[in-house]
Design a binder for this molecule. Structure first.
Ligand SMILES: [Zn+2]
Length: 98
């Protein structure tokens, strides 16, 4: 069971026109609109959709978005102030945080 206690609900997050970058800060091909961003899996090229809303797929490392092509998992790292959005691979994130 998970709890929303202490979590801020993000219902207004709009990422349209945000700069979409990978973990290395490289610009990646994507389509961001409203709360959603579509991008290509860096492993297999399959399209992946992530949603920038609390508890939705891809919103954070606990709710990754899974590539239907190869199973790679991704999550978003939104920097609202600078209008940037980083897309991290959960596998790489875990590897670099051990
Ligand atoms: Zn893939």
């Amino acid at each position: 069971m998970f709890s929303l206690k202490g979590k801020i609900k993000v219902e207004h997050m709009k990422i349209t026109n945000f700069l979409i970058l990978d973990s290395n800060g490289e610009h990646i091909d994507s389509d961001a609109f409203g709360n959603n961003v579509a991008f290509r899996c860096c492993g297999c090229g399959y399209p992946v959709l992530a949603i920038a809303l609390e508890n939705q797929r891809g919103s954070d490392e606990d709710h990754p978005s899974e590539c239907k092509g190869c199973g790679e998992e991704y999550f978003l790292d939104i920097r609202e102030r600078t209008e940037k959005l980083y897309i991290h691979s959960l596998r790489e994130y875990n590897a670099s945080n051990i």
